[in-house]
Design a protein around this ligand. Structure first.
Ligand code: HAX
Length: 428
């Protein structure tokens, strides 16, 4: 067991519970937000309605994890950032080793998972396979067992911790299995306990990596995608499901289903698809003028430029910047990478000129696919699974903390259109 991580959490939880209780008791009726009708029709955009302490996303800062901007964490391992998400502190060497050893010990995937994946239709999307693999392990849930025993809610977080650690330990192998099976890459490559979590995943994918830079990309990829506060569609789904006291398997599988949408995690697949299509339709490495005309046509015909815009950010996503820098260092002459750079110079002005998108800047999905493509992962259907493996750490941190805080069942109020119309008449 990750003794040091769990000990740290156990020591923090009573204080956090006390703090929340006192805030609610003393300031519970203080107004912190108001809701407008356009927010109701606009996907509840920006309404402050959730607590999430793992990370926050500022309009003009991007992702901040426990007070640390994401660009200051790019040299860390995902395991270290997971520790940070949960506890607010980076682990020392001993605590990191303890966590890594524990993840290796938990990594055995039940054999029925392979049976389920093998039985699925060959044209199932990798995200369907990934989500199904996690859901079918629900019978392993320690949370459900503890709940069924009648354990009180104060202790349930420990079982959520067990569920999440088991899921985190197993997803690299499950995802690598899906990749190799679905795309005919050969037999499963077994895990290697000498490798860190992301390097082990890189190795199990079977991508040739003599220089070790692909493993570095996987470490960076997993850190950059790990969490994005609690209100994004998949994190919110995760919290809604677990707020009903559903266990970690139900919650994370459900969250991944939200991540699979093209306006959310699937955008990385869509973005690379768009770049390759543009390159092929133009027939050569495009000039700036050709890129401009191609994107303008997309906008003029009511389509979106994938990888641009964001519901919360109003700056170039720092995660995009980190990927761009990785590309500059490792593949500056790569054709696809160069198109990503061209788009960065051209698309924001086009979006501003169109005047619709509130954020004309690139998000994380605008660059990630080109780097994967360079290393030969050309099956873009798989890209959202990579996003998902990483985000499983963020979902997990949020699940463990929300259970530790005995978070209430999430139940906002909906209203009817008639109710809205009556409000408007009353206001006239
Ligand atoms: N290209 C064209 N039009 C865009 C656009 C883009 N990249 N981004 C926004 N717009 C349009 C919207 O479609 C909307 O048009 P309508 O008024 O006609 O409906 C208008 O600009 C206002 O939208 P917004 O308020 O700026 O953006 P939203 O908060 O509604 O949506 C999205 C944010 C990310 C969904 C949006 O910017 C988009 O569709 N981008 C392309 C897809 C994408 O990159 N998604 C990944 C986001 C990151 C993520 O979650 N990854 O998991």
């Amino acid at each position: 067991m990750s003794k040091l991580l769990k000990e740290k959490l156990s020591s923090q939880i009573p204080g956090l519970r006390e703090e929340a209780k006192s805030i609610v008791k003393n300031q519970g009726k203080k107004i912190i937000d108001q809701v407008t009708i356009d927010q109701l029709y606009g996907g509840m955009r920006g309404i402050k309605g959730l607590i999430c302490d793992t990370s926050s996303v500022g309009l003009d800062t991007g992702l901040i994890i426990r007070g640390i901007p994401i660009l200051e964490l790019t040299d860390k391992l995902p395991e270290e950032v997971f520790f940070l998400l949960l506890t607010g502190e980076l682990p020392d060497e001993k605590a990191l080793k303890d966590l890594q050893t524990d993840l290796h010990k938990r990594n055995e995937v039940p054999s029925y998972v392979w049976d389920v994946l093998n039985a699925m239709p060959a044209d199932s999307h990798p995200m369907v396979m990934f989500s199904s693999a996690i859901l079918c392990m629900e019978k392993e849930s320690e949370f459900r067992k503890l709940y069924d025993k009648g354990t009180g809610k104060e202790a349930l977080w420990e079982a959520m911790f067990e569920d999440c650690m088991n899921i985190i330990a197993r997803v690299p192998q499950i995802a690598a299995f899906i990749y190799r099976k679905k795309f005919g890459k050969g037999d499963m490559i077994p895990p290697d306990s000498k490798l860190d979590w992301a390097a082990n995943f890189a190795n199990m994918l079977g991508v040739e990596d003599k220089s070790g830079t692909f493993a570095n990309l996987m470490r960076l990829y997993m850190v950059l995608h790990i969490d994005h506060e609690g209100g994004n569609a998949s994190a919110f789904t995760n919290l809604v499901i677990s707020s009903t006291l559903s266990d970690g398997y139900y919650s994370i599988s459900g969250a991944l289903n939200a991540l699979a949408g093209p306006l959310h995690g699937l955008a990385n697949q869509e973005c690379l698809k768009f770049i390759v299509k543009m390159r092929n339709e133009i027939g050569h490495s495009p000039t700036d003028e050709e890129v401009k005309a191609y994107c303008k046509n997309l906008l003029d015909t009511g389509r979106v430029v994938s990888g641009y815009g964001h519901p919360v950010l109003r700056i170039t996503d720092p995660r995009f910047t980190a990927f761009l820098e990785f590309g500059l260092k490792n593949m500056p002459e790569d054709e696809t990478y160069k198109i990503v750079k061209q788009l960065f110079e051209i698309v924001p002005d086009l979006l501003v000129a169109q005047g619709k998108a509130k954020d004309p800047w690139p998000n994380v999905d605008a660059a990630s696919g080109s780097l994967l493509y360079h290393y030969g992962i050309k099956e873009y259907d798989f890209y959202t699974v990579l996003f998902g493996i990483s985000r499983v750490m963020g979902y997990s941190a949020q699940l463990i903390i929300s259970r530790a805080m005995n978070a209430a069942i999430i139940r906002p109020k909906s209203v009817t259109t008639d109710w809205i119309k009556k409000q408007l008449t009353a206001a006239d």
